[in-house]
Design a protein around this ligand. Sequence first.
Ligand code: AMP
Ligand code: GLY
Length: 416
Amino acid sequence: MKVLVIGSGGREHAIIYKLKKDKRIKELFCARGNAGISKIATLVDIDENDTKSLIDFVKKENIDLTIVGPEVPLVNGIVDKFEKENLKIFGPNKECAKLEGSKSFCKDFLVRHNINTAKYKEYTDVNLAIKEIDGFGYPVVIKADGLCGGKGVLICKNRQEAIQGLKEIMDNKVFKTAGDKVVVEEFLEGIEMSVLAFVDNNSIVPMVSAKDHKKVFNGEKGLNTGGMGTFSPSDIYTENLEKRIKIDILDKTLEGFKKDNLNFKGVLFVGLMVNDGVPKVLEFNTRFGDPETQVVLTRLETELVDIIEAILNNSLDKIDIKYTKKECVCVILSSGGYPEKYEIEKEIYGLENLDDDIVVYHSGTKLKDGKLVTNGGRVLGITCLDSSVEVASNKVYENIKKINFENMHFRTDIGR
Ligand code: AMP
Ligand code: GLY
């Protein structure tokens, strides 16, 4: 089989690293990929949103299967366009990707199908939003409706902050048209966790749990990022919670897809807030999470391509998906300044000195004049699979001591 993966981050590196071990796969391509991916797949210099050129490439190369990593092409309808050309592609169609692409569409779905989530209201009129804002209590959560690369959620401590936030989004358009509409919702207390699930028309099958760390500094301090590190399994994922998530959230979601005629095939990422053992949905993403994927796929033993083909054939219920009992940790090394301003093209030193049981998933890296340099906010995901999260975490941090680039930043509390 020839497979093309679309995307260029650590998630895509983890997907390709896993596919590389699948026996049936003969050739792997990635658009556009990064320096790490270039060692195990052929890089294709086509933008992830240039659907026409991607289709031309897939036809010319006789690619058997395309896998979409990031949300923007999904929300723009890449899957529908491939399917129209009878090309095999893994990911949800445009209508289903709206669950991630529009917060109000998602909230509406959750409420309609009686799935636990924060109370909310949507607004297109800034004055009405300001008039009603006190009704949510403080802190209050304000979300731009559309895609904002993980930046569109404001948690406002008081009325003044909330009014300022609403004006920034709705009047000053800091998130452009993504902020034409906002969702305002009650603040939920609790512990966050994410569950990724494989989904086809007949079943929804959760993967092993993972815990992301969204804030840039230790102890959940500082700005929200795409994710600074993960471990799997999540420490709060008890059998009881697993059962509640299945019955109260996943099963109801599948029923909802059926009732709404949503032909969801792909990966559903469920962001949860758990309080007193009760899970509530914060958000749906319609793709693998980054860096959740780095730990979850490292634990996956079943061939990924078999799972993907089962989903495309609506036979997910026929396949037994296995994970190792070993536990996994991934710590992200980022460019100092991320998620705000940061510099790129800093030379990366030391990767050749790492222990054999360390896997390095590249995010923002590239080769410049034959040297490995940084090329993004999140740069590398240093990953280890071992008997426990604690052991894996210690190994990861021992190895990070050997890596260096100018202004390198990382959290020192992942899995500790
Ligand atoms: P989202 O993109 O909707 O997941 O929001 C980004 C982050 O904002 C989440 O990971 C949470 O940390 C936080 N968040 C979102 N909604 C709420 C809420 N209703 N209550 C508390 N925190 C929230
Ligand atoms: N790690 C969060 C995300 O992928 O959206």
